[in-house]
Design a protein around this ligand. Structure first.
Ligand SMILES: NC(=O)c1ccc[n+]([C@@H]2O[C@H](COP(=O)([O-])OP(=O)(O)OC[C@H]3O[C@@H](n4cnc5c(N)ncnc54)[C@H](OP(=O)(O)O)[C@@H]3O)[C@@H](O)[C@H]2O)c1
Length: 245
């Protein structure tokens, strides 16, 4: 699918990879962004065509309100849904600063809300002859690291959800794809890791993958991780649990 003149719904466009997706796509498409903060106007091209709907993805009622607004304003449907928003809580369960309340919120933002949004927007996506659901995933959804256990679990869940829905929606014209990112330099990874991919390059490769109709868009070191994991899951586990990703 060539991305131009499309109606796109994006979550998490206020920061990081989502902001770079917005920067690249918003001059030639019509984008509705869902996040708590509005995307910074000065980071976007003057011709950006963006509508921001303030949404808390941890709050089901807030998600429902946003979806109702989208379906009312886009009666002819939408072409692309990109689930990009996520949070990553770093503390281990054994750390004194681990907050058990973060478990439900992290699952809601990273896994429950993408499922809710996909379900609620399916009728809109099916109005387009050809449409795309793109879920932003991580190498950590394939092989977990020691920290951020809930984050890794939500990304593994997102992978299963995406593959299940891809099978459910086969033949409907709704294509389900995922982008698996390596460590990317964004506010989420400030102060940790090295050799990070830029968010601009991550966004460029995500867009190229959508346009080529790829099911899994593997970026940076992710193809190598998949290969090692296929040959020896225990080596892949050791690498991920040693590294800072
Ligand atoms: N950075 C990496 O190394 C990396 C690696 C692999 C995968 N990823 C994935 O890439 C995607 C983007 O991550 P990023 O690194 O760009 O992160 P980021 O810069 O921290 O941005 C996260 C986005 O999620 C939104 N968000 C967080 N909580 C929210 C809530 N309760 N309600 C609504 N929106 C919420 C934020 O918007 P508000 O704060 O304005 O609400 C923000 O726009 C995520 O899916 C992440 O898992 C990132």
């Amino acid at each position: 699918m060539k991305l131009g003149n499309k109606n796109i719904v994006l979550t998490g466009g206020s920061s990081g990879v989502g902001l770079d997706l917005l920067r690249t796509l918003s001059s030639t498409n019509r984008i509705i962004n869902l996040s708590r903060r509005a995307p910074p106007r000065d980071a976007l091209p003057p011709s950006a065509n963006i509508q921001h709907i303030e949404t808390d993805l941890a709050d089901e009622a807030s998600v429902r309100t946003a979806i109702a607004q989208i379906t009312k304003e886009k009666p002819n449907g939408i072409d692309v849904l990109i689930n990009c928003a996520a949070v990553q809580c770093l503390p281990r369960f054994t750390d004194p600063d681990f907050d058990p309340a973060s478990i439900a919120a992290e699952i809601a933002i990273n896994l429950t809300s993408p499922a809710q949004i996909i379900h609620a927007l399916l009728p809109s996506l099916r109005k387009s002859k050809q449409s795309v659901i793109l879920n932003i995933n991580s190498g950590l959804g394939l092989v977990p690291k020691a920290e951020s256990a809930i984050y890794c679990a939500t990304k593994a869940g997102l992978d299963n959800l995406s593959r299940g829905l891809r099978a459910q929606l086969a033949g409907t014209g709704v294509h389900v794809s995922q982008a698996f990112l390596p460590l990317v330099g964004t506010p989420m990874t400030t102060g940790r890791g090295s050799g990070k991919l830029s968010s601009t390059e991550a966004a460029r490769q995500i867009i190229s993958g959508i346009e080529r109709g790829k099911a899994d868009i593997d970026i940076g070191k992710v193809p190598l991780l998949r290969l090692i994991n296929r040959i020896s899951p225990s080596i892949a586990n050791r690498i991920m649990q040693k590294g800072d990703s």
